[in-house]
Design a protein around this ligand. Structure first.
Ligand SMILES: [Zn+2]
Length: 155
């Protein structure tokens, strides 16, 4: 099996809008498994499919409240709640770079889960933050495109 690598900036796939998933088949499930493996390996809290080179509308995120990784297929934020605030963030695809990005404290998101069930959840805290970052990925937007201040940390 070829080794999957994490795609890093400025790879062009990170700038593309991802495609909707038509059917959650074995190939899709395998991609999601690889995403989970990669996220754990790199100690991330969220990962979008295009970060492993798959141009698909899928992301995963750690849901701290439920203590598990949730899979979001064809996700859409349908409501932003509260006042935007500046949040510090980084990205596995932009190593050693950090910045401050405006994010909403809560969002309502609709998506299909791994078991092909439609879900609508109200997310807050870290999960809401991750969701907004990953939804941007699926639209070809990186946090450095939006950040107000960007700084680099040397290894
Ligand atoms: Zn990212």
């Amino acid at each position: 099996m070829p080794e999957t690598k994490l795609i890093t900036y400025p790879h062009q796939i990170l700038k593309k809008t991802t495609k909707e998933v038509a059917e959650i088949n074995d190939a899709i499930k395998k991609i999601i498994e690889t995403m989970k493996k990669m996220m754990k390996q790199h100690k991330g809290v969220g990962l979008a499919a295009n970060q492993i080179g798959e141009n698909l509308s899928i992301f995963i995120a750690i849901d701290e409240q439920k203590g598990k990784i949730e899979t979001f297929i064809n996700p859409k934020i349908i409501k932003y709640i509260g006042k935007e605030e500046l949040k510090e963030e980084g990205c596995l695809s932009v190593p050693n770079v950090w910045g401050y990005v405006k994010r909403y404290p809560q969002v309502i998101i609709e998506y299909t889960n791994l078991w092909n069930k439609k879900r609508k959840i109200r997310a807050k805290g870290l999960l809401a933050h991750i969701i907004q970052h990953e939804i941007d990925h699926l639209q070809g937007i990186l946090f450095i495109d939006k950040a107000q201040e960007v700084f680099t940390l040397k290894e």
